[in-house]
Design a binder for this molecule. Sequence first.
Ligand SMILES: [Zn+2]
Length: 204
Amino acid sequence: MAQQLECQTCGAAINIENQFIRSVTCQFCGASYLVTGEDGLNKRGDAAKLADYPSRLNVGQTGVIRGRKFSVLGRVRYAYDEGFWEEWQISWEDGQPPSWLEEDEGYWTLYKRERIRGALADYSDVRVGAKIKVNNYELFVTERRKAKMMGSEGQFSSVIPVTGEFGYVQGTANGQAASITYWPDEIEIELGDDLEHHEIKLDS
Ligand SMILES: [Zn+2]
């Protein structure tokens, strides 16, 4: 059930969309909060406001991906040395946990979070071109970088660091895109499917 709260900075209504939401960035003033159960919102800083970068998507947009109805809950923009990419937090009408839809120079990848079972290599031990063991499979590493969050808006099922750098690793595993994010307090593993442009159908 949606939980109705108020931004402590600007007073805007913040309606928590579902039980998976763990952090929120006010769309109007950029104040960033942890969602703390029934008490509501715990302020943790201000995210940079997102400039209006063009995309097919925006927060609130609804549509269908491979037969599943979705709505866009949030947007995060990340930067690394050579560029930017966006992550869109997608909420599913079927009640499954939200997903990240990555948009990188016109390429779309739909990620699903995996549970971590067993030990995982430290960021500092990962090498591009090598394989690392993840759960019961191997991930071939194609990219290993540091990135930082440039801005966010909306609601998220992860607690995205508002400041500072984090490491991430990308590669392939069993023919799928695979990603490991080394957040300050936790490690996230995700497996992704590349989506063709036409597989994201937007409601008008
Ligand atoms: Zn606000």
